[in-house]
Design a binder for this molecule. Sequence first.
Ligand code: 5GP
Length: 111
Amino acid sequence: MPKETIFHKIVNGDIPADVVYQDDDVLIFKDIHPKAPTHLLLIAKRKEDFVQSIADLTDATSHVPALLISKAQIFAKEHGIDGYKLTFHVGEGGGQEVFYLHLHFLSQQTI
Ligand code: 5GP
């Protein structure tokens, strides 16, 4: 069993997060150490969509990156953000610290 991460605790409501959007599939919350005026993290909420990293995707979870990117695009459009960066850190060598797949959303614009 993969180790429970801080993002599991956020999804389960065990620790607080500054949530800016959620639906049945995705949670979007502010990064606790923002590296841009807007720095959000997008994660999949469903247990069956959990995957540690891009490196661990399987046929069952290969839709998850597209789900996160699609929600980021909708969120940006709804908030009038027209310039942003989307990043996945992959593995410790790629700067990944939390092993719960997440998409970084960074923008110089504020929400
Ligand atoms: P990674 O380097 O794994 O791609 O990114 C993990 C991100 O999660 C980091 O940017 C870090 O600041 C953020 N983070 C770590 N712990 C917490 C937390 O408890 N709450 C929130 N909101 N963000 C966190």
